[in-house]
Ligand binder design. Structure first.
Ligand code: FAD
Length: 483
C-alpha cells in the first residue's frame, strides 16, 4: 500500500518549478549536513532542503510552505551552538545562495549584504574599501550574516563595537506569511515608530527570515598591541580590566580570560600552540589596545600599563606581542580553546553573563558548587570577561564515560543557572536560546517577559511555521530541549 502524500509532497512540484529541481534537495545524503549541528548534540529530520537564490524565491518558498502548514527552519552556516538551526520536521531553508554585496556606501560607512554572505567575506569587502566590519568570531569563515543577526552574535570585538545588534541599521525580512518587509535603510537616526529590525535580531529564525541587511562600517584601526598576562585570580583580572579601561578608554578593544586548565588544554591539543609565559598562573588575561589615530603607539601604552600592573601586584607576569604574527599567536591561544576542550572529551556548557562587578564572585561560587557536585570534574571557565560573558564549561572527569557525563547536563544547568539568576545575570549571553535553553528560558525568565515573547511570536507567526519549538514553544508537543 502506498502512503498518502504528505503536505510537503503536495508542494514539492511547485517548489521545484520555482527554485529549480537542483535547489530542492530530498535525497538522504544531501539532507545529512543540514540535520546535525556544529557540536553534533542534536540530530533532526527534514523532508527537504530548499536553496532559494534571492529574496523573491525565499518569499515564494515561505508562502508555499505556510500555505501547506509545512514548518520552515532557516539555516546560514549551521555553526550555531544551541540547536536553533536543527529541523524537527518540515523543510530547511538554506540562505547559502544569497551571497551578494548589494552596495557599499563609504560616505555613510555602510555595507548592504545578503543574508547568506559569509562573515569573513563581509569583513573582506569592508577591508577592500579601507574600512572595518568589526564582528569577529572563531566561526567567521563559515557563519553567515543572516545567522549572525538571527543569533545576535557577540564574539571578540563586543567590548569596542557591540553585538551584531549594535552593528545593524536596516533589514529585509521575509515574514511567516511570505510577505517581504523592506527595512533596508542605512540611517543612523530613525525614530519613525517601533524599531522593527531589532525584533528580528536575536529571534533565531522564529519570527522572520532575514534576507539582507545594512551594516555599519568603521575606520580601520591603524595599529594594535596584544598582551598576555598571568594573574593570581579573577579578582585581579577584574582590577586589571578596570585599570586598563581607565587608562585607554575605548582604546581597550579586548579583554578575554582563560584559566590555567584552559591554557593547558590548548597546549596539549592544538598544533603549534606555544606556552606564552614561563611560569604557570591561576588565571590568564589576553588584552588588546587598538588605535585609529595616526602616530599613536598602543604598544608603548600597553607596555606602560602592564608595567604598572606588575609593580602594583595585579599581574604576576606578562608578555606583549612584538609583531602581528606574535599577536595572532597569542589570540590563537584564546580562540582555539573551545576546540581544545572538545578534544579533551565531553563538556557541559553554559554561556552566561553577570554584572561585571560580580564576575569573580560568580566564578568562585559556581566553580565550588560544580566541583562539590561531581568530584574530578574540571571547570574550564573562559571568555569575554570584559563583556561580563563567561563560557562556564565543565570537562568530564578524566576517564569518565562521556554519555553518562552529558546526561548530567540538566543537574548542572540548575546549579550554574541558579547562581547566575541570583546575581541578576543572563543564562543565555551570546549563543542564544535555540533548543538547548528553551526550557531554561521558560524556567528563569520574568513571567511578564515570557508572556510578551509568546505574544510577539503568536502575532508574527500565528501558525507556528517558522522554526517551531525553538526559543519559546507554542505547540503542545515541542521537540525535547536537552540533547
Ligand atoms: P546557523 O547556525 O545556520 O543558524 C543559527 C540560528 O539562526 C538558527 O536558529 C537559524 O534558524 C537562524 N537563522 C540562520 N539564518 C537565518 C536567517 N537568514 N534568518 C532568520 N534566521 C536565521 N557565537 C557568538 O556569538 N560568539 C562567538 O564568539 C562564537 N564563536 C563560535 C566559535 C565556533 C568555533 C563555533 C562553531 C560557533 C561560534 N559561535 C559564536 C556560534 C555561531 O557561530 C553563531 O551563533 C553564528 O552567529 C551563527 O551563524 P550561522 O550562519 O552559522 O547560523
Amino acid at each position: 500500500m502506498t502512503e498518502p502524500p504528505s503536505a510537503l509532497d503536495a508542494i514539492l512540484p511547485a517548489l521545484c518549478e520555482r527554485l529549480g529541481p537542483g535547489n530542492v534537495l530530498t535525497a538522504a545524503d544531501d539532507l545529512e549536513p543540514f540535520l546535525v549541528e556544529a557540536r553534533g548534540l542534536y540530530r533532526g529530520r527534514a523532508g527537504a532542503v530548499l536553496r532559494p537564490a534571492d529574496t523573491a524565491e525565499v518569499a515564494f518558498a515561505v508562502k508555499t510552505c505556510a500555505g501547506a502548514g509545512v514548518p520552515v527552519v532557516a539555516q546560514g552556516g549551521n555553526t550555531g551552538l544551541v540547536g536553533g538551526g536543527v529541523p524537527f520536521g518540515g523543510v530547511v531553508l538554506s540562505l547559502a545562495r544569497l551571497t551578494r554585496v548589494r552596495g557599499l556606501d563609504p560616505v555613510g560607512a555602510t555595507i548592504t549584504v545578503e543574508a547568506g554572505a559569509v562573515l569573513a567575506d563581509v569583513q573582506a569587502a569592508a577591508e577592500a574599501a579601507g574600512l572595518l566590519f568589526p564582528l569577529s568570531l572563531a566561526a567567521e569563515g563559515s557563519c553567515r550574516i543572516g545567522g549572525n543577526l538571527a543569533t545576535n552574535a557577540g564574539g571578540t570585538n563586543v567590548l569596542a563595537y557591540g553585538n551584531a545588534r549594535d552593528l545593524v541599521l536596516g533589514l529585509e525580512v521575509v515574514l511567516a506569511d511570505g510577505r517581504v518587509w523592506n527595512g533596508l535603510k542605512g540611517l543612523r537616526k530613525n525614530n519613525a515608530g517601533y524599531d522593527l529590525k531589532q525584533l528580528f535580531v536575536g529571534s533565531e529564525g522564529t519570527l522572520g527570515i532575514v534576507t539582507a541587511a545594512v551594516l555599519k562600517l568603521f575606520p580601520k584601526p591603524l595599529a594594535r598591541a596584544v598582551g598576555f598576562c598571568g594573574l593570581p585570580s579573577p579578582r585581579e583580572a577584574l582590577a586589571l580590566f578596570e585599570a586598563l579601561r581607565a587608562r585607554a578608554g575605548a582604546g581597550l578593544t579586548a579583554f578575554e580570560v582563560l584559566p590555567r586548565f584552559g591554557l593547558e588544554l590548548v597546549l596539549r591539543h592544538i598544533d603549534g600552540a606555544v606556552r606564552p609565559l614561563a611560569g604557570s598562573h591561576h588565571t590568564y588575561a589576553l588584552v588588546e589596545f587598538s588605535t585609529s589615530r595616526p602616530g599613536a603607539d598602543p604598544g608603548a601604552e600597553l607596555e606602560e600599563a602592564l608595567a604598572d600592573a606588575l609593580s602594583g601586584g595585579l599581574v604576576e607576569d606578562a608578555t606583549i606581542g612584538a609583531s602581528e604574527g606574535r599577536n595572532a599567536a597569542l589570540w590563537k591561544l584564546r580562540e582555539t580553546l573551545p576546540e581544545a576542550q572538545s578534544r579533551e572529551g565531553g563538556s557541559i556548557k553554559h554561556d552566561v553573563s553577570v554584572p561585571l562587578s560580580r564576575l569573580p564572585d560568580f566564578l568562585e561560587q559556581a566553580t565550588a558548587a560544580c566541583e562539590a557536585a561531581m568530584p574530578g570534574l574540571r571547570v574550564c571557565a573562559f571568555g569575554h570577561f570584559g563583556d561580563g560573558n563567561i563560557h562556564f564549561n565543565l570537562s568530564q572527569p578524566e576517564g569518565a564515560d562521556k554519555a553518562a557525563f552529558l546526561a548530567e547536563w540538566e543537574r548542572f544547568n540548575r546549579i550554574v543557572h541558579d547562581i547566575v539568576a541570583g546575581m541578576d545575570g543572563s543564562i543565555a549571553a551570546e549563543h542564544g536560546v535555540g533548543l538547548i535553553k528553551r526550557d531554561e528560558l521558560a524556567h528563569y525568565a520574568d513571567p511578564v517577559a515570557l508572556d510578551l515573547m509568546r505574544r510577539v511570536k503568536a502575532a508574527l507567526d500565528p501558525n507556528d511555521i517558522l522554526n517551531p519549538g525553538k526559543v519559546v514553544a507554542l505547540s503542545a508537543d515541542p521537540p525535547r530541549a536537552l540533547p
